[in-house]
Design a protein around this ligand. Sequence first.
Ligand SMILES: C[S@@+](CC[C@H](N)C(=O)[O-])C[C@H]1O[C@@H](n2cnc3c(N)ncnc32)[C@H](O)[C@@H]1O
Length: 235
Amino acid sequence: MTEPAKIWGVGVGPGDPELLTLKAHRIITNADVIAYPAPSEGDSLARSIVADYLSGAQKEIVIRISMDPARFPPRDVYDQAVEEIGRHTASGQSVAILCEGDPFFYGSFMYMFEKLAQLGPVEVIPGVSSMMASAAALQTPLASRNDVICVIPATLETDDIQTRLDAADMAVFIKVGRHLAKIKAVLQKAGLLEFAHYIERATMMEEQRSPLSEIRSDTAPYFSMILVHRRGKAL
Ligand SMILES: C[S@@+](CC[C@H](N)C(=O)[O-])C[C@H]1O[C@@H](n2cnc3c(N)ncnc32)[C@H](O)[C@@H]1O
């Protein structure tokens, strides 16, 4: 029996195509099949990052994640994608699965990873994550000496956020979106609002950044995050 062909989970970075690693570039340009997540309607960010590197001859699998998870549970969608990927690897075709940022940093790829590993060899290629890219774009060092960094999903309840914020030197809020007002209120109460930096679409053409205190809106785009260091600066 022939071995199934290889599968890669490839981190493609936060948006700027030049932040792709050399290894990711080699794999993406050589894979027989490219798979990537996309919203139920519209384009895939992960694919758009590498669009210039695709030959056009590669088969593409679009993994559409519905905005209505009750009717279309993401796990069912990922299971179907795993099956489709399995059919390709069984016939000898290698598959690169594109992941925005890093695959194992809150990436949806990890849901498929265990099932994919049952099909054959899966290699994970790390990518530049949005946390690193945002710190660089904001010119805000993340941590020095014994600093503790806490990555806090803004989707958590207020009490939970406060507890975790209290325990951290540097807090990085992800999934800010419609939780922006809640995060601003928590930071104000903790006396940290003046130190907080906001960024959206880091490293993309549409990147925006500013002190959080200057943001008037109560909501933010999905691709946004807030960085705040307890001492103002990690220096
Ligand atoms: C599901 S997580 C995926 C993170 C990704 N795997 C990574 O390594 O960056 C999505 C969250 O990451 C953050 N994010 C991802 N890309 C971003 C970008 N280019 N600019 C700002 N925040 C980003 C946002 O907070 C977003 O809600």
